[in-house]
Design a protein around this ligand. Structure first.
Ligand SMILES: Nc1ncnc2c1ncn2[C@@H]1O[C@H](COP(=O)(O)OP(=O)(O)OP(=O)(O)O)[C@@H](O)[C@H]1O
Ligand SMILES: Nc1nc2c(c(=O)[nH]1)N=C(CO)CN2
Length: 224
């Protein structure tokens, strides 16, 4: 999704959470100093089924979805859990706030990390991006892209991974580890998950696909 299409959605997210666009832009610009151009062909998914792994409690039960996929893009802590299950992750998508050490170990061994800079993780950006090997790090923003900092659309780690898979040419997306009604999630996290669901619904419509993870839920989604 290009920024012109993303910007009105981004504005709605900013308004809903009270996030500050200038803060997003300030951290994006700091992140740009650590970013080098990333060739998306490295994550080419043409013709592929991509598993977009969320960090919900169902991930272990859904592991076959990831194991059987051609490619796996995983949201932050889902990366460690898939690793424990012996499932290789092609791209870890993270805003650095839970398991940044996993990202460091990945770039050290040449595995891809997609690291997101936003207005509330500036300290993490400053702490971790200089340590990550820039050659294996794709830096993203939710504000306008600048220099080597990209924006493929999406908000939470998981739905950003789905928008990235779309940008990489994925033929089909499957969603292990997504639990929108997780009883252990409340408050801010639940509101973020609502946005993730809304954004996946938007993505499936743009792609002309039906994501099984949304079956039985579409009538209740506040569509974008
Ligand atoms: N029940 C769930 N609980 C947590 N995450 C879920 C769930 N279902 C889907 N996800 C997806 O998995 C992602 C990874 O969540 P995780 O808790 O590992 O990291 P996070 O840093 O808190 O995520 P974020 O910063 O995007 O909120 C979420 O961003 C969301 O997109
Ligand atoms: N400004 C800001 N942006 C975000 C935030 C956040 O807490 N603050 N959280 C995200 C996913 O959890 C994604 N983007």
């Amino acid at each position: 999704m290009d920024f012109d299409d993303w910007e009105p959605i981004y504005e709605a997210i900013l308004a809903d959470f009270g996030f500050d666009r200038t803060a997003d832009e300030t951290v994006r610009d700091r992140a740009a100093a650590y970013a080098t151009p990333f060739d998306l062909d490295r994550l080419d998914c043409a013709g592929d089924t991509v598993a977009v792994a969320g960090a919900g409690p169902s991930l272990e039960a859904d592991a076959a979805l990831a194991r059987d996929a051609d490619r796996v893009f995983a949201a932050s802590t889902a990366t460690d859990r898939l690793d424990d299950l012996g499932v290789a992750v092609d791209a870890m998508v993270t805003d650095l706030d839970k398991n940044p050490g996993t990202g460091l170990a990945r770039t050290d061994r040449g595995a891809v990390v997609v690291a997101h800079a936003h207005g509330d993780n500036g300290d993490l950006v400053d702490e971790w991006l200089p340590r990550y090997d820039a050659a294996h790090t794709l830096v993203t923003t939710q504000a306008a892209p600048v220099d080597a900092v990209a924006n493929y659309g999406g908000f939470t780690d998981g739905d950003r991974a789905a928008f990235l898979a779309d940008a990489c040419g994925a033929a089909n997306l499957v969603f292990p580890g997504w639990d929108f009604d997780d009883p252990d999630v409340d408050g801010m996290k639940a509101r973020k998950l609502d946005w993730a669901e809304r954004l996946l619904h938007l993505l499936e419509r743009r792609r002309g696909e039906r994501f099984a993870v949304l079956d039985g839920r579409r009538d209740d989604i506040d569509a974008l």
